[in-house]
Design a protein around this ligand. Structure first.
Ligand code: ZN
Length: 43
């Protein structure tokens, strides 16, 4: 699951992340994992 870096809103889709934009306008997301966090930058 991806979450918005700015507002923490979860994203339901993991497909097409590069085309996603949060409702807050942020395009930076991080992927939640049990042992790590992976930052994903959607340009
Ligand atoms: Zn957001």
């Amino acid at each position: 699951m991806y979450r918005c870096v700015r507002c923490g809103r979860p994203l339901t889709s993991e497909l097409g992340v590069q085309q996603l934009e949060c409702e807050c306008g942020s395009r930076m997301f991080y992927k939640e994992r049990p042992n790590m966090k992976k930052i994903v930058y959607a340009i």
